[in-house]
Design a protein around this ligand. Structure first.
Ligand SMILES: [Fe+2]
Length: 273
């Protein structure tokens, strides 16, 4: 744990000394690469995973089943996570809620970066083109920017065993879900933690079943404190009562603080339907 703590201390000093993203990337890459080349810091973490069933049962699950959470800054400024890439599995193209720095720890991982070339009127339509690829070996690093500026895919290259990477993420501008992209269908979809996904599928089902009681429940959810729940509720409500959905969206657009959710796009789509 000492290696992790000294990494976190140096990182804290880096954040104190600059706000410049390029400087955070430059010095953060060197720090993360140094930690990735000393995988001994993982010993106590993996000991828990292997012998402590209670810990495994109680740990908080994220939307990435291949993630090992190493450290989450209590003030929310950064988190450190490990990902294990199974060579037999294909991982989706995705974006991030924050900037990130990734370092190879074991094996070799292919990173493909993508840029958006087209976003249509349909809210799920996104066309991507590959803008670069590189292989990360232990100690190599790469960076991502938040949201649509940091779309990439990571896949194991070594076929005989898993590959491992270490990820440092900054403060997140969105929480609770990951945006993933389907290159064949030119579309974007969300992966959520099981708790949140339970709420969202209920909202989508309510929107598919037109009845007074379903509309009433969606109207209540449209006032939820989480913007992505409001987004799902309003989108589902649009199937039953377009006027009410537009009213909620106009309130969202008039609000002083703008959440990440693209309420404007949704509003345009419902008005054009
Ligand atoms: Fe990623």
């Amino acid at each position: 744990m000492d290696l992790i703590m000294s990494f976190c201390t140096e990182l804290g000093e880096l954040f104190q000394s600059t706000n410049s993203q390029s400087e955070i990337f430059r010095r953060g890459r060197a720090l993360l690469s140094g930690l990735a080349l000393k995988p001994l810091f993982l010993k106590e973490i993996f000991r828990k995973y292997i012998i402590d069933d209670e810990f495994l049962k109680n740990r908080q699950l994220t939307f990435d089943p291949n993630e090992v959470t190493i450290f989450v800054d209590p003030a929310g400024h950064f988190s450190l996570r490990l990902y294990v890439w199974d060579p037999a599995k294909s991982y989706p193209v995705h974006s991030h809620g924050s900037w990130g720095i990734v370092a190879g720890v074991a094996g070799a991982i292919m990173e493909r970066k993508f840029k958006i070339t087209d976003k249509g009127e349909r809210p799920d339509f996104v066309k991507l083109r590959e803008s670069g690829r590189a292989i990360l070996k232990p100690g190599d690093t790469t960076t991502v920017l938040p949201l649509d500026l940091g779309i990439h895919q990571m896949d194991a290259v070594v076929k005989e065993h898993a590959s491992v990477s270490l990820h440092l993420y900054g403060k997140s501008v969105r929480r609770g879900y990951l945006e993933c992209f389907d290159l064949q269908k030119d579309s974007v979809y969300r992966i959520m933690n099981p708790h949140l996904y339970g709420k969202v599928i209920a909202l989508r089902a309510l929107g598919a079943m037109g009845d007074d009681w379903t509309a009433e429940m969606l109207n209540q959810a449209a006032a939820d404190k989480k913007p992505h729940i409001r987004y799902e509720a309003i989108r589902a409500l649009a199937n039953l009562d377009g006027g009410a959905a537009i009213k909620y969206l106009e309130e969202e657009l008039a609000a002083e603080t703008k959440p990440v959710e693209d309420f404007e796009h949704l509003c345009r789509m419902i008005k054009n339907a």
